[in-house]
Each structure stands twice: as C-alpha cells, then as structure tokens.
Design a binder for this molecule. Structure first.
Ligand SMILES: NC(=O)c1ccc[n+]([C@@H]2O[C@H](COP(=O)([O-])OP(=O)(O)OC[C@H]3O[C@@H](n4cnc5c(N)ncnc54)[C@H](O)[C@@H]3O)[C@@H](O)[C@H]2O)c1
Length: 313
C-alpha cells in the first residue's frame, strides 16, 4: 500500500506523514512548496498539481491519493483569486483525471465552509444543501463537484468535509481560530470576539489524519463531515479563559458570518472514534515552543501568500 499526499508539506500533511509512519504505511509527497518554507528541496522535487505531466508518474505509482494541496482560507485565496481558482479547481481536475486513468482511489479534503451560514442552527448532514458564502468555500465546493462529477468509479472517492482544524504541527499555522486564541492567551493578550454567536465545527489535526487512514483501511467512499465539537466562537473564548484566565472582549460587529453545525453521525456510524478534544489541543499549544512567536509571517497562509505574490511568483 502506497499513499500519495498532495500538499503533504502543509499543516495537516506533515501530521498525516507522522501518523502514516506510525501505522507502517508507505507514502510519497507531492507538493510544490508554494510558500518556500523548505529551501533544501530541489526544484525537480517541487511538483505542482498544475503541471499535469510532471505529476503523472506519482499518481501511477501509488494506490491511494490524499488530496490536501490547495490555497487555504478566504484571506489567502483573496490575494489572487484567479490563482486560487487555478490551484483549487484546475489542480484537482488534473488529479482526478489521472486517478481515473490509473483507477486509483482519492481521499479529498473539503471543508464544512461549503455549508455557508445556516440561520436556524440546524445540524447539517452530508446531504444538506451546500451554500458557501465566501470565495474559498466556493472554490472548495467546486473541488467537491469536480471529484464527484468526473470520477468514473463511484467507489473510488471519499470526501471529508473538515471542521476548522487545530493542534500542533511541524508546519504550524496560527491563523486558525483555536490556534490563534490559544496563542494570544499564552502571550497575555486579550481575546477579541466579533459577534461570537456563530457556531463552528472543530477537529484536531491528529484526528483528521487518523480519519484519513481509517478511510484508507476501511475503503470508505462518499462524503463525510469530519469534526467532533461544534461550539460558538464565544464559548470557545470562555473555554480558553477557563484554562488561562485570559481577558475576553466581545465586539458586536460580526466579521465572519459563517455559521454551521456539522453532524458527524455518518462517520461515527462507520466505526471511527475521535481521540482529541479542544481542551487537550489547547493545552498542547499553550506549552509549545512556537507559541511565543505566533505572529511570525511563516505561521499565516495570508502573510505567506502575500510574500509569494510580492516576490513575483
Ligand atoms: N486547516 C484547516 O482548518 C482546514 C479546514 C478544512 C479543510 N482544509 C483543507 O485541508 C487541506 C490542507 O490544509 P492545510 O491547513 O494543511 O493547508 P496548508 O496551506 O498548510 O497546506 C497546503 C499545502 O498545499 C501545497 N500546495 C499549494 N498549491 C500547490 C500546488 N499547485 N501543487 C502542489 N502543492 C501545492 C502547499 O505548498 C502546502 O504545503 C486543504 O485542502 C484545505 O482546504 C483545511
């Protein structure tokens, strides 16, 4: 069994690498290191989803593709919307065409952002109608449609709609709400909560990686919500206050209207068990080596994308 991880150098990808190693599963990375965080990687190893010919052998030589490569988050996508569409949509199409050609399975990372803003706080299941309200969510929904519509063998795809991820990774991101709040608390800064009544589903990156491995080992196919705790942003701030005694400031204006509660019954019924909680993940972050420098540009996909564009990439 050999797994190809597109975006394998990223925040989730590097933890997936560690979990695959633990499980004794062979893997290969397909990543163009868009943010130039790994200067030691030679140019011939920087494989780009947009260069279909250059990735063909990698797909041919694996059994399962895990598709994590993307421009991630609305702020980073808005730096260059055309490029975000190319990577997220054309890149995924290239990959799906190759998985069809060689009859490979694909496990694709989507997001609960495809659900948009659910006004009545109903629990959203996989067959609920997606209505993404931000640009990133729209590209992620297009990706899903590319995977579902183009795949020739219906058993060959599994789409995970991830909640907002959190937790420590060798390629850390402090631009995700739990990680940001924990870092602010660790540095004695106050937490500013905008609105705060919006519900979000959350999932630890170790559980994401474990679920991907579970899908590989149990041949899961179809769409699954992948998140285990749905809480409001305000409750999240108070949960962190319980652990740190941080000061919280509530601001009426809502900056990010996304609101959705993701139901994970389908995944739980498949037999998968979550191991992580927000509390446990936050405690890890509070004690981490990187948390003091959380504002460094290398921890934010938006800052990294701006740097790429400024350097004319
Ligand atoms: N982090 C989250 O909270 C979250 C939530 C829901 C869904 N997801 C999805 O999970 C996946 C991974 O997210 P992440 O947080 O690890 O992001 P990340 O930005 O840390 O990693 C993305 C990786 O993709 C690579 N990449 C970008 N363009 C590429 C291209 N053209 N060819 C090859 N590689 C390319 C980058 O170099 C990077 O290593 C994404 O598809 C994202 O949409 C993430």
């Amino acid at each position: 069994m050999k797994v190809l991880i597109t975006g394998g150098l990223g925040y989730i990808g590097q933890v997936l690498q560690e979990e695959l190693k633990k499980a004794g599963i062979e893997y290969e990375i397909l990543d163009n290191d868009i943010y130039n965080l790994h200067k030691d990687i030679p140019s011939e190893k920087r494989l780009d989803l947009l260069d279909k010919d250059s990735i063909e052998d990698s797909v041919k030589n694996c059994d399962v593709v895990v598709n994590l490569a993307a421009i991630v988050g609305d702020p980073a996508c808005l730096v260059d919307t055309r490029y975000a569409i190319e990577v997220n949509c054309v890149g995924t199409r290239n990959l799906v065409e190759l998985t069809n050609k060689y009859n490979k399975r694909i496990i694709h990372a989507s997001t609960c952002s495809v659900y948009g803003a659910e006004k009545e706080n109903k629990k959203l299941i996989e067959s609920s109608t997606p209505f993404p309200i931000d640009f990133y969510g729209q590209t992620k929904y297009q990706q899903e449609r590319i995977v579902r519509d183009l795949i020739e063998n219906r058993e060959n795809y599994c789409i995970f709609r991830l909640g907002t991820a959190y937790g420590l990774s060798p390629r850390m991101r402090y631009d995700l709400v739990i990680n940001t709040f924990a870092a602010k608390a660790a540095n004695g800064e106050k937490l500013s909560v905008f609105g705060g009544t919006q519900y979000r589903p959350f999932v630890h990156i170790r559980d994401i990686s474990r679920a991907i491995i579970y899908a590989i080992e149990h041949n899961l196919s179809g769409i699954y919500n992948l998140a285990n705790e749905n809480i409001t942003i305000k409750d999240l701030a108070f949960l962190i206050k319980d652990l740190t005694d941080v000061t919280i400031e509530i601001i009426d204006e809502i900056e990010d209207p996304r609101n959705y509660i993701a139901d994970n019954t389908k995944l739980m019924n498949s037999g998968f068990m979550f191991e992580w909680s927000i509390k446990k993940g936050v405690k890890d972050i509070l004690e981490s080596d990187t948390v003091k420098n959380y504002k460094d540009a290398k921890y934010s996909d938006l800052d990294l994308m701006k740097r790429v564009k400024e350097n004319g990439n």
